[in-house]
Design a binder for this molecule. Structure first.
Ligand code: F6P
Length: 548
């Protein structure tokens, strides 16, 4: 259904004609022509306001983009996902992260498995365990309560929990410090181990497959470090696992009673809702973790039932398609104006780029147009003093998603008004720009000579007409964070359907893994490597000389 060339679809062709005209529109004019543009181009659901009025679109553009979504089978793919159909065809798997946040009363069976029942049974175990750790009832080997939690995992087994723990740090247990080790680079683990006490540290080994090289190496080193201080008998109080692979967890030496399972229908980058979210549940408590799930569920319900024209994930996704496939925008910048969302851009990099960074359609045919743009960004106001220069005046069109919250969770006077003012000023400046006439007036008004003024005019002119979305919540809390993440997850599904790719596999990470294994052996064994290109051979030889 969504496998024909994108450019061959009727609605795409109509949009191409429409674009010829739309590309000349100025957003300044669009705002002055419609005093209610904000009302006409914003929606609210699940605690999020989505203001998309500062985009180079008319009502007609939005209607046509929605039509493209329809023609590319977005609704069918969405419904198939929620129903548990095996939409991840290359791995023959269902895609059911939405089932992880469905209420206990929901019913869903897939391949004879009671998905809802299994999900809530694990959640209940997480509840008991997190209560024990948080209350201090769970003691380390010397009888002291746990103070430090170290999550060892990478990719989806790291980015989601780390991002969410930072986002919800105001809601966290004061005794527990959360740490995340991901990189196989020993500098990561070594630096951490120097700061924690084995008597009061809990390690979570988080890996869907329990075979990922980085995670297994860090887990082994953490265990060796622990055993230098404590006996084998202490291990069960300090090592727990989160995985789908019970056998490998047992082989590592972790008792399955200390393992929190999940299932192959949870993709790594969609797994923060599963037991992979254990660090989040430990930090904020399971009741608040359930609010996080409820927030995501509210967005699921909206995505599932709202008309496409008023459907937040659909609109966010189709605006992305508009800039990617018509304006040829190669990247999107994510600008959270909330320090606690510092890791959100990095989280979205995996979510969007590992999902939709593909060159072939689900049927194996090369895409006729590029899909996923580069996702990047940093918190505001920091980004303003680094790369916003290019977003304002460079020749590339870089759409921005501003994300912010109306109320802070701190009590420092003045800061939040300053933060919000900067956020709104940036989107206004990007939209309005500053014309040469405005610059001229300003400079001459300050008494500058006509000659000097003319020299400076091109440098001080802002072209404007640069698009952005603003996503605003009342406060960043477990529920609004859940809704925010789910919004972007569904954006990925919608864009994947439009581009025709399978958003749920990630074969592109395999080649490097295989080659690394070979080269690792070559660095550590005595044979001289000669089977690579001259560059790789020479680099390996230097590493051998340094490390052997
Ligand atoms: O980088 C590839 C990948 O498979 C990601 O999709 C995944 O999140 C990550 O590795 C970690 O995998 P695992 O949880 O199996 O250790």
């Amino acid at each position: 259904m969504h496998l024909t060339d994108l450019t061959a679809t009727e609605s795409f062709k109509s949009l191409q004609q429409h674009y010829a005209d739309a590309r000349t529109w100025q957003m300044r004019d669009l705002f002055s022509q419609d005093s209610q543009r904000f009302e006409h181009f914003s929606i609210e659901t699940a605690g999020l306001l989505f203001d998309y009025s500062k985009n180079r679109v008319s009502q007609e553009t939005m209607r046509m983009l929605v039509e493209l979504a329809r023609e590319r089978g977005v609704e069918q793919l969405r419904d198939a996902m929620f129903a548990g159909e095996k939409i991840n065809a290359t791995e023959n798997r269902s895609v059911l992260h939405t089932a992880l946040r469905a209420p206990r009363t929901a019913t869903l069976r897939v391949d004879g498995q009671d998905v809802t029942g299994d999900v809530h049974a694990v959640l209940d175990r997480i509840h008991t365990f997190t209560d024990q750790i948080r209350s201090g009832q769970w003691e380390g080997y010397s009888g002291r309560p746990i103070t430090d939690i170290v999550n060892i995992g990478i990719g989806g087994s790291y980015l989601g929990p780390k991002m969410a723990c930072q986002a919800l740090r105001s809601f966290s247990h004061p005794r527990l410090s959360m740490h995340f080790v991901s990189n196989v680079d020993g500098h990561d683990l070594d630096a951490l181990l120097q700061t924690v006490n084995p008597e009061t540290t809990l390690f979570i080994i988080a890996s869907k497959t329990f075979t990922t090289m980085e995670t297994m190496m860090n887990a082994q080193s953490a265990r060796s470090w622990f055993l230098k201080h404590a006996s084998q008998a202490g291990l069960p109080r300090h090592f727990v696992a989160v995985s789908t692979n019970t056998e490998a967890v047992k082989a590592f030496g972790i008792d399955p009673n200390n393992m929190f399972p999940f299932w192959d229908w949870v993709g790594g980058r969609y797994s923060v809702w599963s037991a992979i979210g254990l660090p989040v549940a430990l930090a904020i408590g399971c009741d608040q973790f359930r609010q996080f799930l409820d927030g995501a569920h509210a967005m699921d319900q909206h995505f599932r039932t709202a008309p496409l024209e008023k459907n937040m994930p659909i609109l966010l996704a189709m605006l992305g398609v508009w800039y990617r496939n018509f304006f040829n925008a190669a990247s999107v910048s994510i600008a959270p104006y909330h320090q606690d969302l510092a890791y959100f851009p990095g989280y979205l990099q995996q979510l969007e780029m590992e999902s939709n960074g593909k060159g072939v359609a689900a049927n194996g045919v090369r895409l006729d147009m590029p899909g996923c743009p580069v996702i990047w960004g940093d918190t505001g106001t920091n980004g303003q003093h680094a790369y916003f220069q290019m977003i304002h005046q460079g020749l590339d069109l870089i759409p921005v998603d501003f994300i912010t919250a109306l109320k802070p969770t701190h009590y420092l006077p003045g800061h939040h008004a300053a933060l919000l003012a900067n956020c709104f000023a940036q989107s206004e400046a990007l939209m309005r720009g500053k014309t040469p006439e405005e610059v001229r007036r300003e400079l001459q008004g300050s008494g500058m000579s006509a000659e000097q003024t003319e020299e400076l005019v091109p440098h001080k002119t802002f072209p404007g007409n640069r698009p952005s979305n603003t996503i605003m919540m009342d406060q960043l809390n477990p529920s609004s964070l859940g809704a925010l993440i789910a919004l972007y997850e569904h954006k990925v599904l919608v864009q994947g359907a439009v581009w025709g790719v399978n958003s749920f596999d990630q074969w592109g990470v395999e080649l490097g893994k295989v080659l690394a294994k070979t080269i690792q052996n070559e660095i550590t064994d005595s044979v001289q490597p000669d089977r690579h290109d001259s560059s790789t051979n020479a680099l390996i030889a230097r590493a051998k000389a340094a490390l052997q």
